[in-house]
Design a protein around this ligand. Sequence first.
Ligand SMILES: [Zn+2]
Ligand SMILES: [Zn+2]
Length: 382
Amino acid sequence: MLKLTFLGTSAGVPTKQRNVTALAIECLNPHTFGVQQGGRQQNTQSKKSRPWVLIDCGEGTQQQLLHTKLSLHQLAAICITHVHGDHCYGLPGLLASAAMSGRREPLTLIAPKAIATLLDAITLTTELYLPFVVNFVTIEEVLAEQGATNKVSISLSDQHQLDIDITLLSHRVASHGFGITQTISRRLLNTDKLVADGIPASALWGKLQQGEDVTTEDNRQLHSADYVDDEVQRTRVVIAGDNDTPNCLSKAVVDADLLVHEATYTHEVLTKIRAKNPDYDPMHSSAQLLGEFAQAAGLKNLILTHFSARYQGFDNPNSKTPNMAYIRLDAESVYQGNLWLAADFDQYVVDGAAESVSDQEGSQKDSQEENRVQYIGSARSN
Ligand SMILES: [Zn+2]
Ligand SMILES: [Zn+2]
């Protein structure tokens, strides 16, 4: 179960309503402390066990974080899609604040090589000292590894793992998409079978569940494998950086529960910009391009973000002022799946085990902004 909080949804420059790009992904393990109540997840997982990943870090991201309950101490990894400033200028400040707030745990940073150069320069010129280890994973090196799956694995606990794979996209500079796959495994004890076999509840049950073979008081050998079923829950989201060719992601989105992608303009505006200055292609996608791609790929859930400042935040197709309805209709003209246009502080819970989208507006308010939480179920047919 992954919980997305949009920290910035504007393209290029911030606006009064939208900061530049950043997205927090919390890795929730509902089995740690969770309680199911009437099918709704009562998440009581302790804050300490809610590690999160930051995708991109535009300027002001640390300020946006102050409006959420996310802590820099729980930040497990930062992934930077590309070197454009609206995706990375917030990184040095965020790292410096993590240091000042007493963070000592190592941090994984997955980014283009140039980001290491940027950080080195700032560290040197501003005498920045980070009292924690930054495990820098260079995207170029991951992509160049022969025969590898372009994957970085992060173990969050012995039964909770995150795999981050990388896809090269098409933009003015090398830009990338991150496939985030969360795997939660659980050993389920078949208590019905134990009772049927005349083995009453005792400490032996716990040992069997832990994978130990045991001997009962009446000398019976019990094999853990006979009484334990392994359950694996997988949730996958794909978060793309700036990109003018959504088809680059065709492999990455197979089996994905959700795609988050930029839609900087409508198709009409994108075409006009290209026609006006043939020497300068912004190399962004239109909402329609994304709609076409998502429809052809059979994607059930799509969130668009990274909107040009020309679009106001309201949704009114009849208004002469460009607004979210323009973007929405551009995508909806070709896409029949579930579509959302992200706003700052919007939250989405993606549950690979759930079956469908459900709107439980306001049932969980983690943000002081009180934006809605949208629940997104599995896109897979099983
Ligand atoms: Zn951008
Ligand atoms: Zn860019």
